[in-house]
Unconditional design. Sequence first.
Lengths: 100, 142
Amino acid sequence: MNSPETFDTLARVMRAWRLQPPRNPEFRAGVWQRLRAGQPLSWAGYVRAHAAPVAATLALAVAVGALTGREQARARVAAERAELAASYVKALDARSMVMP
Amino acid sequence: MRNFLVTGLVAVLACAGAFGVFYVMNGNRALHRAAREGDALAWLRAEFNPSPAQFRAIEKLHESYAVECGNHCAAIMQARQQAAPADQVAALEKTCVDAMTAHFRRVAELMPAGQGERYLATVLPRVAGYQHDAAPTLRATP
């Protein structure tokens, strides 16, 4: 069974063997996908994988917060200004003015 | 799902942070304090930014006007209580409003350049709604 002729034959076969697998451009992505499927993705990895929608969401959140904050502050200033101006004028209706 | 929720939480925090920063940036701390304390003179100082000397002069003007205004108001209240003729009450009210308008103009003259006009534009339209039914005080809230 392990005669020298057998080894020679095997060696010939091995020398003649040429493996030509088809190119698979998705091979690397497939490997990563299988790796990710096996373990939970970290948030940093999730952000990297969904960079555009995450960035858009954060930008929208900041814009909404900034606009709302600005409008709320301006509305409060306007309301206080109107209240104080009205009180100031009304306060000059004085019979026993109390000055601070 | 967990990462989606974390992203949502980060977005909410970013929104809240931006809200806080812009709320503070666009606020007016001196005005808030004046409103909280109901101090109309503090409002005057915060709103029209007079120099310390100008503010002292305005304060003195208010003090001296308080006496005059008190006399006017007392006369109006007395006329009302005695059910004086309407034209007499109206004349007293007109005297008071004229005095008040003149007082505001004198205060405006003490304001920094450009602020006097803004001050008059703020207070004069409110003189039209002037009523002799409020307790006299320079506190904005009773």
